[in-house]
Design a protein around this ligand. Structure first.
Ligand code: SF4
Length: 86
């Protein structure tokens, strides 16, 4: 049987929740490589992601406004939401 995650997009889902293995293999590696001095703190990071999960622009971990993976965009200290929501 097909993987149900592949049949339709997951609205308001983060990649880490939707596909933890893909997250660990891809995004987590990039995020770990960001120097600590350039990273958003953990509280700010989670606050940003909470905003994204409540946003209509988020589909399958991707922001439909800018095309980025929000978990990566939110990780940078100076990351910005293209819709100015964070
Ligand atoms: S980055 Fe901004 S516009 Fe994109 S999903 Fe998050 S809150 Fe919505």
């Amino acid at each position: 049987m097909d993987d149900p995650r592949m049949l339709r997009p997951c609205y308001q889902c983060l990649l880490r929740d939707m596909d933890p293995e893909a997250y660990k293999k891809d995004l987590a590696v990039y995020i770990e490589k960001i120097p600590e001095s350039a990273k958003a703190g953990p509280d700010l990071y989670e606050k940003r992601l909470k905003t994204c999960t409540e946003c209509e622009k988020l589909i399958s971990g991707t922001c439909m406004s800018c095309g980025c993976y929000v978990e990566l965009r939110a990780a940078g200290k100076y990351g910005r939401c293209p819709e100015k929501r964070w």
